[in-house]
Design a protein around this ligand. Sequence first.
Ligand code: PRP
Ligand code: GLN
Ligand code: MG
Length: 555
Amino acid sequence: MCGILGLLLHDPSVDAAPEICEGLALLQHRGQDACGIITCGPKGRFFQCKANGMVRDIFDGASLARLVGGMGVGHVRYPTAGSFNNAEAQPFYVNSPYGIVFAHNGNLINTASLLQFMDATAHRHINTSSDSELLLNIFADNLQQTGKFRINEDDIFTAIGGLMSQCKGAYACVAMLAGFGIIAFRDPNGIRPVGMASRKSGNGKDYLFASESVVADASGFSEWEDVRPGEAVIITRNNVSRRQVALAAQFAPDIFEYVYFARPDSVLDGVSVYRSRMAMGDALADEVQRVLTEQNLSVDVVIPVPDTSRVAALNLAQKLKLPYREGFIKNRYVGRTFIMPGQQMRKKNVRRKLNAMALEFSGKNVLLVDDSIVRGTTSREIIQMAKDVGAKKVIVASCAPPIRYSNVYGIDMPSRAELVAHDRDTSEIASAIGADLVIFQTLPDLISSVRQFNPLLTTFDCSVFTGEYVTGGVDEGYLQHLESLRADNTRGKLALSGSGQGDMEGQGRAESNGNGSVGIGNEVGPSRKDNMRVNGTQTNGADDTVGLYNTFNTA
Ligand SMILES: O=P(O)(O)OC[C@H]1O[C@H](OP(=O)(O)OP(=O)(O)O)[C@H](O)[C@@H]1O
Ligand SMILES: NC(=O)CC[C@H](N)C(=O)O
Ligand SMILES: [Mg+2]
């Protein structure tokens, strides 16, 4: 679940990078592994800074000062394809045609056939295991098909329409064409979010694309509007054009954005995330009441699992007229644990992040409220912590139903075996996490918690709860293949440096031979390397595609 951002300033002499950096910091909750910015300056030159790390680690005054130009694209990454290799940090760049920069949130599900197409038909070299680099090249290939020296908006819409008919899966994207403008588009099912906003500037306007509206609020942009499913928006210094470029499909935004991913102060597809979480708490209260009565149990106190569940837990406590206590204190310097790579790291960080106050637990029947129970990493640890400080009974309530199926659209839950609810009923889940009782929200209640704020949203992607995939094309064979590639202990997923082997779809491409010759399987093709002037921090050989401060000469 990455964060994407595009900014075009009316005054091209003002640099966009500092504001893009501020915006990326506001999207940090969507990806903590890597981040990057590419700007476009005079003569259509691109300037880039990207690497593994959080926004605050990668950008400072000096690095931002090198990012020249009044428009740019930014990205925060949470890997869901390929590896954690530096070389897969985004945005991506490709020089032909026209010079394109690209940032993607989501996941493609037909990468195997797209790679085949790249090799056999388009003759384009994909240098990493990232599906986003592949998507960029599909875009580039479609632009190439225009065969034009200079393109216009019509050509770009046609190219994105072509991409949408070729690519399956989830993709919200922001792109930039050298010296031309910024572009956003969203897959035909609108699974991942992206919206746009504007701000008056001199005698014109500045324009923003972002994954979430919180970026617009914080930067003084207004008139937030979601990019519609299957729509593309092109913004140049003179014009804003929007067009539906895909055939109509079922609009199905991912409901997990409301449960966990998005910031509560964002509004996605017309629904306040905050209000939807309040409604989740209200609905869950009824279910909790029902189960407690059925089991003849009582609760002394409601305790949220910081951070995300707080909003829902407070509503639940109010509705049940129970005391609400912040029994777990969160270390503000530890990030989100669910989106950290690797089970060991996640587990260690739950303990680092949360501390139980004996005062609030000792001798009580506590109801812990979390937004979701996925691998059960958080629940296992905090239940133990609650018991260690003297809780009598620990009951856990989850705002989301049991998560039993893989996510294939940009959340890193590819392996069913890692999910604590997979193949377990509610009482088995309770014993797996050490709880006295677990209570789940029902799916209809979750859906109505979101939908009541925008009845036009008739469907959501609920595949992690139901195993039904709105794009089609996800069968048992595909899921098993994905599991073999991306389970927690696989080679590709764990590659932290080096060549980023561990193919995206395990076929269609040779591994890196490291000899620097042109052709299949090179980590850095000479053409790309020759076009790059590296100013500042140099990277090692394997990661040459991602120097911290690279300047691409496109003129
Ligand atoms: O069952 P699990 O695999 O542990 O995943 C679910 C937990 O992870 C998330 O918290 P996280 O710490 O990532 O973020 P938060 O601080 O926003 O709640 C989520 O809010 C749950 O607490
Ligand atoms: N979470 C995401 O949106 C990830 C985007 C892309 N699939 C990657 O792994 O980089
Ligand atoms: Mg949490």
